[in-house]
Design a protein around this ligand. Structure first.
Ligand SMILES: C[S@@+](CC[C@H](N)C(=O)[O-])C[C@H]1O[C@@H](n2cnc3c(N)ncnc32)[C@H](O)[C@@H]1O
Length: 204
């Protein structure tokens, strides 16, 4: 893989994730320097007019990419429980097609039902408890448009120089087992990351 455009920043990597005494720390972390954005964006094939949710958006760097691609007719929602991150993003998003909201994607949110062409969740899923996974699946199904897709970016489930404890990680196959959605594709999106794309299960 060519990492020229995506050279890892090792200081960022050290900050990316830490696990202390079983606690899971997410706040203020960004995956930006660790992921191949071009691979992500080309696999997602975003088109003007789409409605996209960046769930657990952090600093919103991907929400901004989505915002440029969906254009004036589209809409991007950036959701995160971190009030400081959302407040900063809200200021940046003024008079754009992006709406930054405080919220928890593992519960019923204030986001519009059946509206989303894409729900994107990057380096968030491994922090969910089994109950949160159930809540997440229910909420994503509520938000999906009939042809909606879910894209989950996660760290690989093997030893890496950084990242959460191995027992918190999911391989693509494990993600496919825990979520009742149709797996569409698995894409390598960084030396240590993959993106699993799902569609709505037919008939639901
Ligand atoms: C490791 S950061 C990743 C941020 C961003 N997605 C990225 O790729 O850079 C994890 C983010 O998930 C958010 N988060 C944690 N639990 C969440 C939940 N239940 N619903 C929505 N976001 C959540 C955290 O506040 C944090 O901003």
């Amino acid at each position: 893989m060519d990492h020229k455009c995506n050279k890892p920043d090792y200081a960022d990597i050290a900050r990316y994730e830490s696990s202390r005494e079983g606690e899971h720390h997410h706040r203020g972390k960004s995956s930006e320097s660790l992921l191949n954005k071009d691979a992500i964006l080309s696999s997602l094939a975003i088109t003007p007019g789409q409605t996209i949710l960046d769930a657990g958006c952090g600093n919103g760097y991907m929400a901004k990419e989505f915002s440029r691609r969906v254009g004036n007719r589209g809409k991007v929602y950036a959701l995160d429980p971190d009030e400081i991150a959302i407040s900063t993003l809200r200021t940046e998003a003024q008079e754009t097609n992006m709406l930054a909201m405080v919220g928890d994607i593992t519960t019923t949110t204030h986001l519009p039902e059946s509206a989303f062409d894409l729900v994107y969740l990057s380096t968030v899923f491994h922090g969910f408890s089994p109950e949160q996974i159930k809540g997440f699946e229910m909420e994503v199904k509520r938000l999906f448009s009939p042809h909606g897709k879910l894209a989950i970016v996660e760290i690989v489930n093997r030893v890496t120089p950084f990242g959460p404890a191995l027992e918190r990680r999911f391989s693509p196959e494990e993600l496919q087992q825990v979520l009742g959605l149709t797996p569409l594709a698995t894409v390598e999106v960084g030396e240590y990351f993959y993106m699993q794309i799902f569609g709505n299960r037919p008939g639901e």
